[in-house]
Design a protein around this ligand. Structure first.
Ligand code: ZN
Length: 220
C-alpha cells in the first residue's frame, strides 16, 4: 500500500476530532498532502470513526479523483482538492461541524477577536465564507477566497461549519480545536454582556510574538 506514513498520520488525527468532541456520527474529515506529490490522503466516505484504519484511508489526486483505496473518498473531497490546487503552501485541511463554531456559522457571523488566544492563533477575527452547496467547487472557492491574504487558518462557511488549513494536517486539526474553543468562550461571554474588542495594534503585537518570536508557527 502506498503512502503509508501519510495514511497513518491522517488516521491518527481523525481520533483527535473525536477526542475534542468536534464531530458527530461520520461528519468531519481530515486530509494531508502527500509530500512531494500531487496527491492527498483523506477519510473515506461514511465509515465510522471506530472503523478508521490507515488502510481504510483513500488517496486522491488534486482533482479529487480516487487514486488508491477500497472506499469512496469523503463527500467533502472536492473542497479539499480545490484548496490544495490553489494554496500550494497548505498541506493539511480539516472540516468539522463543531457545535459552537457552527452556531456562529448558522448566523453568518464572524467570531470577533476578543481574546488574546484568538490574537495569537488567528491574528484577528475568524471570518465567514459564503453559503455554498456541496459537490462542485463552490465550497473550495469560498475557502480560498476568504482565507487568501487573511491571517486566520480557520473560517466558518455560512450555514455549514468550520474549515481549517495548515502547513500540516496536525496544524489544521489544532486550528479546528482552537476555533471551537474560542467560539464557545465568546458565545458564553455574549450571554452576560458585550465582549470588549482588542485594539488592532495589540492584536498585531500578540500575533507577531506568538507566530514568530514564540516560535510556534501554528498554521504554516
Ligand atoms: Zn460539512
Amino acid at each position: 500500500m502506498i503512502h503509508q506514513e501519510t495514511r497513518e498520520t491522517v488516521c491518527r488525527l481523525h481520533a483527535e476530532l473525536v477526542r475534542y468532541n468536534l464531530v458527530a456520527w461520520t461528519a468531519g474529515n481530515v486530509s494531508e498532502r502527500v509530500p512531494g506529490e500531487d496527491l492527498f490522503v483523506i477519510k473515506p466516505s461514511g465509515v465510522s470513526y471506530d472503523e478508521l484504519t490507515p488502510e481504510a484511508m483513500v488517496v486522491c489526486d488534486l482533482q479529487g479523483e480516487l487514486v488508491e483505496g477500497d472506499y469512496a473518498p469523503s463527500s467533502d473531497t472536492a473542497a479539499h482538492a480545490y484548496v490544495y490546487r490553489h494554496m500550494p503552501e497548505v498541506n493539511g485541511v480539516v472540516h468539522t461541524h463543531s457545535t459552537y463554531a457552527s452556531a456562529w456559522a448558522a448566523r453568518g457571523e464572524a467570531i470577533p477577536c476578543v481574546l488574546t488566544a484568538m490574537a495569537d492563533e488567528f491574528g484577528g477575527e475568524i471570518p465567514v465564507g459564503p453559503f455554498a452547496l456541496i459537490g462542485g467547487d463552490d465550497i473550495g472557492k469560498g475557502i480560498v477566497e476568504t482565507l487568501t491574504g487573511h491571517r486566520s487558518p480557520a473560517l466558518l462557511m455560512q450555514n455549514h461549519g468550520v474549515f481549517t488549513i495548515g502547513g500540516s494536517a496536525k496544524a489544521a486539526v489544532k486550528a479546528a480545536v482552537m476555533c471551537e474553543d474560542v467560539a464557545r468562550t465568546v458565545h458564553v461571554a455574549r450571554q452576560l454582556g458585550t465582549p470588549i474588542p482588542i485594539e488592532q495594534h495589540h492584536i498585531d503585537h500578540l500575533y507577531d510574538r506568538y507566530q514568530n518570536v514564540y516560535g510556534q508557527r501554528s498554521h504554516l
